[in-house]
Ligand binder design. Structure first.
Ligand SMILES: Cc1ncc(COP(=O)(O)O)c(C=O)c1O
Ligand SMILES: [Zn+2]
Length: 414
């Protein structure tokens, strides 16, 4: 069942046995020393084939169990994660004159964001370790997701969020029964504080990037894209980026299916950041190996990150795939929220819509041409940030007096 060979530091290459270490390489530290989970592809190849997948009726991301780091499958939570719908967006294709545009709606996961892919794997690892108390720092989505999975697993959950976490995400946390610490400060400060507390009291920490197993859940979005598009890989994959864990996970997924010879092409990865929170765009343009910390400021709270924790892997994903990081303004993000809603029916939170704003930008600047195909990953549902998405609204409701004459004049129906 478990085909994990071990863990490997992304910076110094030091190899570890899977049970030897929980978080990051001791020599390289938390940001440079994130770990890659390595697999025995030979044994996976004998069980994970296009045919075996076609026969598999488990329509959750656990259909990829042979290539997930699970030792004890009895801990797998019952909430259905993954196999989210992917839609061909004909109206967007027409608008951009593109060969193909697909939108994958990860707001359809149990807690309405991509983060459920990571939390569902993380909770199994916590249970395998015998954890009783778990924690995470998060802009909101990772924490609300984590709280759902840890609650049904009867784990005590302590969450650290920044002061500006949207109310719907706070509501999720509190309803799932987590102890919520609203840190007076930014997400980056909440992250540091959470790590200090986790170390002091020995809590199992799901905070992004430092825990190598989260990206393993996040890679399953790539596996689904391969299958759902009938193994025809798009030229580009667009994803919004905060810490960089989703984009690196997606890239790892495509690479692993390539290694298993399930696909014969790799997509170009485009990381989209908000203009006011774009340390990876800046590092990319400067050709720097590391991102300079900054004070983030964007409406897209989920990608409001000044110190990207998975930066080494995110920069590597974009570099290896021949892609780029692009930045989009808050106005472009809000326009993307309403365009996605009106042209695809998908209501995305600002961070979820940023990826589409990135596609628009690259089409308009001529990087993407009419023969190209692209998948846009929508990573979170719009109802998670009502105040944010309401900023994309220009119309107001018509207040009616229950009089048809009044309605006729207000709707200019005469
Ligand atoms: C909706 C949404 N989109 C994108 C991201 C960015 O993911 P990452 O921090 O892994 O880059 C997040 C992270 O919180 C998110 O919640
Ligand atoms: Zn190292």
């Amino acid at each position: 069942m478990n085909n994990v060979l071990g863990l490997k530091c992304v910076s110094c290459g030091q190899a570890f046995r899977a049970n030897e270490i929980d978080y990051t390489c001791p020599k390289c530290g938390p940001i440079l020393g994130t770990l890659d989970v390595q697999y025995d592809f030979k044994s996976i190849a004998s069980i994970l084939t296009q045919d075996s997948l076609a026969r598999n009726h488990n329509y959750t991301h656990w259909r990829y169990l042979p290539i997930l780091p699970i030792q004890d499958a009895s801990f797998i939570p019952r909430l259905a994660v993954g196999w989210t719908p992917i839609y061909r967006a004909k109206k967007l294709e027409q608008e951009w004159g593109m060969e193909g545009v697909w939108v994958k709606d990860d707001g359809r996961n149990p807690t309405a964001s991509y983060k459920d892919r990571a939390s569902s794997v993380g909770v199994v690892k916590a249970l395998e370790k015998g954890a009783k108390t778990v924690t995470a720092a998060s802009t909101g989505n990772a924490a609300s997701s984590w709280s759902a999975f840890t609650r049904i697993a009867n784990l005590k959950t302590i969450i650290f969020v920044p002061q500006n976490a949207p109310r719907a995400k706070l509501a999720q946390l509190l309803l799932y029964g987590a102890t919520v610490i609203q840190v007076k400060g930014t997400y980056d400060e909440a992250f540091e504080f959470c790590c200090q507390a986790a170390e002091k009291w020995g809590w199992y920490n799901r905070s992004t990037a430092i825990n190598p197993y989260l990206g393993e859940g996040k890679k399953t979005g790539a596996f689904e894209i391969c299958e759902q598009l009938n193994w025809q890989i798009p030229d580009y994959v667009f994803v919004s980026v905060g810490d960089g864990c989703i984009i690196q996970g997606l890239w790892k997924g495509f690479q692993e299916f390539y290694e298993l010879m399930l696909i014969d092409k790799l997509p170009i990865m485009i990381g989209v950041q908000a203009e006011g929170s774009a340390p990876l765009v800046k590092a990319w343009l400067a050709g720097a190996k590391q991102a300079k910390p900054l004070s983030p400021n964007t409406i897209a709270d989920s990608i409001s990150v000044g110190i990207p924790r998975d930066q080494v892997k995110a920069l590597r994903a974009v570099r290896e795939s021949g892609g780029q990081f692009v930045e989009v303004s808050d106005a472009e993000i809000l326009l993307a929220v309403s365009t996605l809603a009106r042209k695809t029916g998908i209501l995305a939170e600002p961070a979820g819509a940023a990826a589409y704003a990135g596609l628009k930008k690259l089409v308009e600047s001529g990087v993407i041409g009419d023969r190209d195909t692209a998948v846009v990953s929508v990573t979170g549902n719009g109802l998670k940030d009502i105040d944010g998405v309401m900023k994309a609204v220009s119309d107001q409701p018509v207040v009616a007096d229950k009089s048809l004459e009044d309605l006729e004049s207000k709707l200019s129906l005469a």
